[in-house]
Design a protein around this ligand. Structure first.
Ligand code: AMP
Length: 581
């Protein structure tokens, strides 16, 4: 069977993925070009995890670029860049993008980067970010993209975690037409070799250990390096409960296969169509559906710098976008701004993920655009949807109704003892092992079994599975906040607050926020000698340590924090004290 010509319904495809996972995933793998085809879909490891596509060798950059050029798509648009932030735009054909990527990969190699080396990329959403990611994939180096909105200390933690050969950054970021220097913060975060994109209108004077991105691009282009399917393609840090960012490791073959499969099944998109995801490349959606999946499928991808408000609709109209992938926060902002779209004839679907979708916002967008607004549920760890609505398989879950598990995902709800609950009972949603391809293969620097739990992968999301198999996600079960679709551990914010000398003890909880879904609220027991400006100082400290995107605005001073006998803070008791906006 060929994965491209799978004549299927959702039910048939889902059943095939569970009844014959080897056959199903081998068939899906054939949509990619392999230097050496895999011997099997997967091998089971003793811990219940699968190693995907053993024996297979491929290069994901070659699959994203070279093979489309070889197939005659060289002059088709591959990357469209729009920057409402600095008033610029650009377009790269597959041939042009390939030339830039092959050159920059040559430049990286000349700078000493070898297959398996890590390269940190801390760039705003500009074409060079995708060029750098694809160049790493071409070379077999492991990219580690860090959101450019993080403060230097957070960038430093991620850099130290992965020990990169070099760090790629830019002279500045743009917001609302104004340039903010980025390089000084990166220099503060690390002493490592830097490669710097000079932003128009905001160049930086480079030091001796710093090279210009454009100079590296003029190196001798290189051909793609064949990599084992199991080789890491990238590391992406996300938040957990420990107060330390965890580096999710993604493999090459499994990830490529599931992304190509999802373009057909989830999004129903084919070569030549335009896919626009509003997510920053620093988050998982930007990796999977900003960059790799659209290019693997031969689509054009739209990358926007600072696309907020009406710009989303303008971009959809101008570039004839067929599928828009955005977050509920973006829809909410558009709805509140009463930003009605112009006619968008080629638009077929809007997909939402990252946080709980509000039925009113989805209905507003569906009415305003005349297209279906579909929810899907996923995490950094999985890299693609665990459950959703399958536009390519004729299955559409109405907004607010439950989602269908994605092929390969056997979902169940667990009680607090880790026992499976019967359908209709709310519990922690878990995935029976083995996880399907494309999910994390481990955490950087940790044991591979750290994320599994007696035969299950734990999502830490609380929800219900209906008797018909439909899934509804309700909330998190751990202390992780979801701020405008971005995960942030309460512990990370608490660690920053606790560094203020005027703080004796602190706890952070989530409060609902009209626009961003959730916002952090800090509870602080002040030191008797703390100054009168403690609250604004803490807010400024968190901004400096973690970045402005955290949006901490409220610190409540308390005499003590409610604790269990063993000293653990009782967060539920804190939440009732918050007066919501
Ligand atoms: P991240 O790893 O940053 O993408 O965040 C993943 C988390 O976002 C999940 O564990 C959920 O808590 C939340 N999330 C993602 N998609 C949805 C969705 N469709 N509905 C509700 N929550 C979601």
């Amino acid at each position: 069977m060929d994965g491209t010509a799978w004549p299927s319904t959702y039910e048939a495809e889902y059943a095939a993925s569970l009844e014959d996972p080897q056959g199903y995933w081998m068939a899906q793998s054939r949509v990619l070009d392999w230097v050496r085809p895999p011997q099997a879909g997967f091998v089971l490891r003793p811990d219940g995890q699968a190693g995907w596509f053993p024996g297979g060798m491929l290069n994901l950059c070659a699959n994203a670029l070279d093979r489309h050029v070889a197939a005659g798509r060289g002059e088709q648009a591959a990357l469209i860049w729009e920057s409402p932030a600095c008033g610029a735009s650009d377009m790269f054909t597959y041939a042009a993008l390939l030339a830039r990527v092959a050159g920059f990969a040559g430049g990286l190699r000349a700078a000493g980067v070898e297959p398996g080396d890590r390269v940190v990329i801390c760039l705003p959403p500009i074409p060079e970010c995708f060029v750098a990611m694809l160049a790493c994939a071409r070379l077999g180096a492991v990219h580690v993209v860090v959101f450019a909105g993080f403060a230097p200390a957070e960038l430093a933690r991620r850099i130290e975690d992965v020990d990169p050969k070099l760090v790629i950054t830019a002279s500045a970021t743009y917001r609302a037409g104004r340039a903010t220097p980025l390089l000084p913060g990166v220099r503060e975060a690390t002493q490592r070799k830097l490669v710097v994109v000079q932003r128009p209108g905001a160049p930086a004077l480079l030091g001796p250990a710093e090279s210009d991105f454009a100079t590296l691009e003029y190196a001798e282009p290189i051909v793609p390096v064949p990599m084992p399917a199991t080789a890491p393609l990238y590391i992406l840090h996300t938040s957990g409960t420990t107060g330390r960012p965890k580096g999710v490791v993604r493999d090459t073959g499994g990830h490529g296969v599931v992304l190509a499969q999802s373009m057909r099944t989830v999004y129903g998109l084919g070569a030549g169509e335009v896919f626009f995801t509003t997510a920053d490349p620093g988050w998982v959606v930007g990796h999977s559906y900003g960059l790799y999946a659209p290019l693997l499928a031969g689509c054009a991808t739209v990358l926007a710098e600072g696309a907020v408000g009406r710009a989303v609709w303008d971009i959809c109209a101008r570039h004839r976008v067929a599928v828009l992938f955005t977050s509920p926060s973006v829809l909410r902002a558009l709805r509140l701004a009463k930003a009605a779209p112009p006619p968008l004839p080629p638009l077929r679907r809007i997909f939402l993920a990252g946080e709980r979708a509000d039925a009113g916002d989805s209905a507003w967008a569906a009415h305003a655009t005349g297209v279906k607004v579909l929810d899907h549920w996923w995490q950094t760890e999985t890299g693609s949807a665990m459950a959703g609505s399958f536009a390519g398989l004729g299955d559409y879950a109405a907004p607010g109704s439950s989602l269908r598990p994605a092929p390969g995902y056997e979902l169940c709800a667990l009680d607090v003892q880790g026992q499976e609950l019967p359908p209709g009972h709310a519990g922690e949603i878990a995935v029976r092992l083995p996880l399907p391809p494309g999910c994390l293969t481990g955490m950087w620097g940790a044991t591979p079994t750290c994320f599994s739990y007696s035969g299950y992968y734990r999502s830490f999301d609380y929800g219900v599975i209906a008797p018909d198999g439909g899934v509804s996600i309700l909330s998190r079960t751990d202390d992780v906040l979801n701020i405008a679709g971005r995960r942030l551990g309460a512990g990370e914010i608490e660690a920053a607050i606790a560094d203020h000398p005027g703080v004796m003890a602190c706890a952070v909880i989530a409060a609902p926020h009209r626009l961003r879904g959730e916002e952090p609220v800090g509870f602080v027991v002040p030191h008797p000698e703390a100054g009168a400006k403690l609250q604004p100082e803490i807010i400024a400290l968190v901004r400096e340590r973690l970045g402005a995107f955290v949006g901490l605005r409220r610190i409540v001073l308390v005499e003590e924090l409610p604790r269990t006998k063993s000293g653990k803070i009782i967060r539920q008791a804190l939440s009732v004290q918050v007066v919501f906006d």
